[in-house]
Design a protein around this ligand. Structure first.
Ligand code: SF4
Ligand code: SF4
Length: 322
């Protein structure tokens, strides 16, 4: 596999898990020996391959507008099932049939991306992929998959893009689906969840740092900024976070979410109610990054479990009253 990867590096920019100081991160790889394929989950998600933190998208010159994206073929290797499942959410939001907008800048990158996934052998503290319906040992959401066997890997192509990536794998692509059932979901009316839950308690420790959204593989909010230099205006897309106090600040000065509990409620309901309603996907894959890294100790899994418990109690008491 090493020789094949070295060959692929001539054709693709290869992004894979590598050590950066003391952290495992998805980053561009120049030497195959730097790639780390093991049970650990990289600190940040790989979403930057399709959704860079900062990206110049267009510029406005005196008489014309030019698109500025620089796209090259990217091969993402060693992506974990929680992170490849997150791409399904990105695809739905930015390009899916149910989406109201088609984001060309996203599609340009997505079309040039090939994803080779690999499973985890076991959960890490904070992971709750299986409760979220994400199979930790396999992902159908990639172009090919690496199955660990006897200290090495067997490569299984899953799409046409993935077939033939490694020598001898020019086979008919398979498309196995994960049979897991989602156990952690919110089935309730928005009104019941929006007002009747103890959001202030859930959000108590939040300091509004935005770490949870930056590390999350499915968070995709962004801002557009225009900057002028010598008569040329450059438009840049930059990540934003619904956990920042100024996220919903209107130009007229009104801010509908001034309190941290309102912002945390938006984050949870966006993932567990609004996106499922609009796109049929839950925008949380159970990677646990937001739980492991939150300086305030907030825990989305515990929050959703508590909401489910309260909704169940409400349902039972309503049925008992009938
Ligand atoms: S929930 Fe945690 S990680 Fe997210 S903004 Fe609040 S303090 Fe930061
Ligand atoms: S909300 Fe938290 S656990 Fe869920 S996908 Fe995002 S970072 Fe992972």
């Amino acid at each position: 596999m090493k020789a094949a990867l070295a060959e692929l590096m001539k054709k693709y920019t290869v992004i894979a898990p590598v050590m950066a100081e003391d952290k495992l991160v998805y980053a561009e790889v120049n030497e195959v020996k730097d790639i780390v394929l093991d049970n650990r989950l990289p600190y940040k998600s790989p979403k930057e391959v399709v959704f860079p933190r900062v990206e110049n998208v267009m510029r406005f010159l005196e008489n014309r507008v030019e698109e500025m994206q620089e796209i090259k073929p990217v091969l993402l290797v060693g992506a974990k099932p929680c992170d490849t499942a997150a791409m399904r959410v990105f695809d739905e939001v930015f390009t899916g049939d149910k989406g109201r907008f088609k984001d060309r800048f996203y599609s340009n990158r997505r079309n040039c991306l090939t994803v080779v996934g690999m499973g985890c052998l076991e959960k890490k503290p904070g992971c709750f992929c299986e409760e979220r319906g994400t199979d930790l040992s396999f992902s159908p959401d990639c172009d090919g998959f690496l199955d660990p066997v006897d200290g090495g890997f067997v490569y299984e192509p899953l799409t046409g893009k993935g077939a033939g990536l490694f020598p001898g794998t020019e086979t008919e692509p398979l498309k196995r689906r994960s049979p897991l059932t989602e156990k952690l979901v919110i089935h309730g009316k928005e009104a019941d969840v929006f007002t009747a839950m103890p959001w202030e308690t859930y959000a108590e420790g939040c300091i509004g740092c935005g770490t949870c959204t930056y590390l999350c593989p499915t968070c995709h909010c962004f801002n557009l900024r225009d900057a002028e230099n010598k008569g040329v205006v450059t438009r840049t897309r930059v990540w934003d976070s619904c956990m920042y106090p100024g996220f919903t600040l209107h130009a007229g000065g009104h801010n509908p979410r001034t309190k941290k509990f309102e912002r945390f409620r938006q984050r949870v309901l966006h993932k567990y109610l609004y996106i499922p309603e609009n796109y049929g996907e839950t925008a949380c894959t159970g990677c646990g990054r937001c739980i492991r890294s939150c300086p305030g100790g907030l825990n989305i899994k515990n929050t959703v479990s508590d909401i489910m418990k309260r909704l169940e109690e409400k349902k039972n008491s309503e049925e008992a009253e009938k």
